[in-house]
Ligand binder design. Structure first.
Ligand SMILES: Cc1cc2nc3c(=O)[nH]c(=O)nc-3n(C[C@H](O)[C@H](O)[C@H](O)COP(=O)(O)OP(=O)(O)OC[C@H]3O[C@@H](n4cnc5c(N)ncnc54)[C@H](O)[C@@H]3O)c2cc1C
Length: 409
């Protein structure tokens, strides 16, 4: 049986749920489908850059997360060898919320966003419905998708617009033929939570040869640890993940010390490869959003911001195209352009940092310089914290604002 909705959103992570809610608020009928049962876990550093906060407030979940005990993160500490560099999030005039990021378990964040969307009468929520393939009309235009329901039955959903919000290994992007794995970055992540690690106000990155740990304490007090490694290193792990992680911890003595006596909660979870790009993100009746558009690496902790920002921008394009069908293709093109402008320079910066990371000497030198020049470290942390767009660095007004915020911090 087929059913027609305004928008069919495939994937209920931050991008899909935020988009569903925004379209519903504009009065459009939405079907939101995810292959998983919620709340579900998602391998993630669980750190939200400060710039996510206005988006969460706009989606009506900011206050609820506050009540659930979301942890405020004051900045980022970078460790390499004996050097430690600390960067603080600064309250800028242009971004007054920027003095703290958030740390929260993904199952809590994603569930809050999903509930806020699914509570809307315009939204139909399809749990454990897995996207199989796009449906096209005789002119090749996408007109919906086929989903597999929990009883393994195939269900065709017709929609005026179909959206792939299905994450980094997007099957929708593959079906559209636009997904490209990175030719130079082949990263995998191992993720686990621990009890018994003293919390710190800042998130942490510990660089070790050809890998790094990212860590933060989240809302329930557990310590969330990610190890990011190149795939060839993983091939030699011989099945014992704890031993593999311990080996890397030997090059991160500060972190090794903090983990002494800590107890791992649950198993290590792995995900990868992580680096993908897409050659196109929007067409007249179909679009990609969030990680489905492409992702580099979690080092700069921007993925959730990209997802929320992308959802807001795509919602604007979809509303325009549903209300003025003659202008649909142009509206969707404008979304792709806006995304390129906002996310493109940040992705380039993230990729440049990743290239530098391959050389241990460069990493150690960079962290030493940042340690002895804290203002530069503040700047880096605020750019990767998303409040400062790389293009803002060319504006004298930004530098005035930045210097004032540093004086006040
Ligand atoms: C190890 C690691 C650490 C990270 N750390 C951070 C961090 O600290 N801060 C940060 O901001 N970002 C981080 N990120 C990135 C962040 O997790 C993503 O950018 C963010 O989750 C993207 O949101 P999304 O909604 O696009 O995709 P996702 O959150 O991945 O959601 C996609 C959804 O689609 C569903 N789905 C997938 N395939 C199908 C299908 N065929 N049919 C139906 N549903 C499907 C999935 O079940 C999932 O629920 C990290 C990523 C990794 C891998």
């Amino acid at each position: 049986m087929t059913k027609q909705v305004d928008a069919l959103i495939l994937g209920a992570g931050p991008a899909g749920s935020a988009l569903a809610q925004t379209l519903a608020r504009a009065g459009h009928s939405v079907m939101l489908a995810d292959k998983k049962h919620f709340p579900r876990q998602k391998p993630c550093g669980e750190f939200l850059s400060p710039e996510c906060r206005p988006y969460l407030d706009e989606l009506g979940v900011g206050m609820a997360l506050g009540k659930m005990g979301v942890r405020q993160i004051s900045g980022m500490n970078l460790f390499a060898g004996a050097s430690v560099a600390s960067g603080r999030f600064l309250r800028l005039d242009s971004a007054p919320h920027n003095d703290a990021g958030y740390a929260i378990r993904r199952e809590i964040l994603d569930m809050a966003l999903l509930e806020a969307a699914a509570d809307r009468p315009e939204v139909t929520w399809l749990e454990r419905h897995e996207f199989q393939r796009l449906v096209r009309n005789s002119s090749g235009e996408v007109v919906g998708a086929v989903l597999r329901d929990p009883d393994s039955r195939l269900r065709e959903i017709r929609a005026r617009i179909t959206i792939g919000a299905d994450g980094v290994h997007s099957r929708v992007a593959r079906d559209l033929g636009v997904q490209r794995p990175s030719r130079w970055l082949d990263r995998f992540a191992l993720v686990a939570r621990f009890h018994g690690v003293a919390p710190r106000a800042a998130a942490e990155v510990h660089f070790v040869p050809r890998a790094y740990f990212a860590a933060t304490t989240v809302d329930d007090g557990s310590f969330h640890l990610n190890l990011l490694v190149d795939r060839p290193a993983l091939r030699h792990k011989h099945g014992d993940v704890d031993a593999f992680v311990r080996e890397h911890l030997q090059s991160a003595p500060e972190l090794e010390r903090r983990l002494q006596g800590a107890e791992r909660i649950g198993t290590w979870r792995g995900i990868g490869p992580l680096a993908f790009s897409t050659s196109q993100q929007a067409w007249k009746t179909v679009a990609l959003v969030g990680d489905a558009c492409g992702y580099v690496d979690p080092l700069t902790g921007e993925g959730i911001y990209f997802a929320l920002h992308g959802a807001r921008s795509l919602a604007q394009a979809i509303v325009e195209s549903l209300e003025r069908p003659a202008d649909a293709a142009a509206a969707m093109r404008r979304y792709a352009i806006r995304r390129r402008r906002e996310v493109g320079p940040r992705m380039i910066l993230a990729a440049a940092i990743q290239r530098g990371l391959r050389h241990e000497a460069i990493v150690r030198l960079a962290v030493r310089c940042l340690a002895s020049w804290p203002r530069l470290c503040d700047l880096l942390v605020n750019v990767t914290g998303d409040a400062v767009h790389p293009k803002d660095l060319l504006l004298p007004s930004f530098w005035r604002d930045f210097r004032r915020a540093q004086r006040l911090a």
